[in-house]
Design a protein around this ligand. Structure first.
Ligand SMILES: Cc1ncc(COP(=O)(O)O)c(C=O)c1O
Length: 388
């Protein structure tokens, strides 16, 4: 019975052009081998190239020699380490906050924060385009979830007006959205949140390390440092390591230490990973302006080529650049043809994006050369023409 069900699920995904498979990947960085073929990688979240930075690797190696491979337990048992404590200090400094708490992944961090801070009778107001980890956290929470239109502060305002002002209202959005690359309309959202005396949580998975001036995230970008009550970030994207974190007041962190089940009941981040992430965070702290300027320059170059060929409608400002295709099967065919031309890009399909709104997602990195950035738009334009 199980086998029959599994086969019918896989068949249904295949019919809709939604079947996924694991690519056989070797290597990291600009050039990787996928299924035995060398391609330029436009699909990873390693925006700053820190995953293969020799300083980050050295920190990881030294911690592995000193402490071993695993944290061996959850944080509250004996999974803590000097590397984790020092990582949290660096993250708090990077985010201008008194405290930070690291989780085994960004997914864990979102689940921990949203489920610990809300209870029955509360409201979560979640942007329509929020990441799956936020959606899952809302489903796990006992609060009522209301979805506001993407980046629409006016709609958020309307929804907040319908909620009980005596309850806790947690507004959750992203700094840079993971599928569209849109930047959060933070000024408008903050104004509404303050007017309603609500609480603001921002997922900075893709805004940390990518936004000017220094890669410290959305608050510095808007010159609104301190406006976010619950900051969330990941360590496996621009910081080139692995893990997630929540930052904010000491009371917030202590609450998550005590009530955040994903942290309490999961093995802590291993010391070598924590050391790598701390080194990456320290590089950003010391030299963020220069590192981010290089990424932003690459974004400008690629964006100009895509605009010139009519592949995007407005200039990109973040390293996540979607190119609309629409139909799922055609999107996969375009991705495969681009692969044959030597480029790896992601094909986003339902449920990551709505049905019929499939797109190619290009991820820009500091490591891309001017030639890569000039050639990709040409290859996409040719491929789209050929697969019409
Ligand atoms: C916006 C956003 N939040 C959270 C996560 C989860 O982070 P992690 O990959 O560290 O679990 C991701 C990763 O895909 C993301 O894009």
């Amino acid at each position: 019975m199980l086998e029959a069900r599994l086969l019918s699920m896989l068949e249904a995904a295949k019919e809709e052009g939604l079947l996924r498979r694991v690519l056989a990947v070797e290597g990291r960085g600009r050039l990787i081998r996928v299924d035995g073929r060398e391609v330029v990688n436009f699909a990873s979240n390693d925006y700053l190239g820190l995953a293969s930075d020799e300083r980050v690797i050295k920190a990881m190696r030294e911690a592995a020699i000193e402490e071993g491979a695993s944290s061996t337990a959850s944080r509250l048992i004996c999974g803590d380490s000097a590397q984790l404590r020092s990582l949290e200090e660096s993250l708090a400094a990077l985010k201008h906050r008194p405290a930070a708490l690291v989780f085994p992944s960004g997914y864990h961090a979102n689940i921990a924060a949203i489920t610990s801070l809300t209870r029955q009778g509360d409201f979560i107001l979640s942007d329509q385009d929020n990441h799956a980890s936020i959606i899952d956290a809302c489903r796990l929470s006992r609060a009522t979830t209301l979805i506001f239109r993407h980046n629409d502060a006016h709609h958020l305002d309307q929804l907040l007006s319908q909620t009980d002002s005596g309850s806790l209202r947690l507004v959750v959005t992203e700094g840079v959205f993971s599928t569209s690359g849109d930047i959060c309309a933070l000024e408008d959202i903050v104004a509404v949140v303050r007017r309603h005396n609500a609480v603001l949580m921002v997922d900075e998975a893709h805004s940390t390390g990518t936004l000017p001036p220094r890669g410290r995230g959305i608050e510095e970008f808007y010159n609104l440092v301190g406006c976010v009550d619950v900051g969330m970030g990941t360590l496996g994207k621009a910081l080139g390591a692995h893990g997630g974190f929540i930052c904010g007041s000491p009371a917030l962190v202590n609450t998550l230490i005590n009530y955040g089940r994903p942290g309490i009941y999961s093995t802590a981040l291993p010391p070598p990973i924590a050391a790598a992430a701390a080194e990456a965070a320290n590089l950003l702290l010391r030299n963020g302006e220069t590192i981010v300027a290089k990424l932003q320059n690459n974004i400008k170059l690629l964006s100009a080529g895509l605009l010139e060929r009519g592949l995007i409608k407005e200039e990109a400002r973040t390293p996540i650049i979607p190119v609309e295709v629409g139909e799922e099967r055609r999107t996969v065919a375009v991705r495969e043809a681009l692969f044959e031309r030597g480029f790896l890009v992601a094909a986003l399909r339902y449920p990551t994006v709505p049905r019929g709104a499939a797109c190619l997602r290009i991820s820009v990195s500091c490591l891309h050369t001017e030639q890569d950035l000039a050639e990709l738009p040409i290859a996409i334009a040719k491929t789209l023409e050929e697969t019409k």
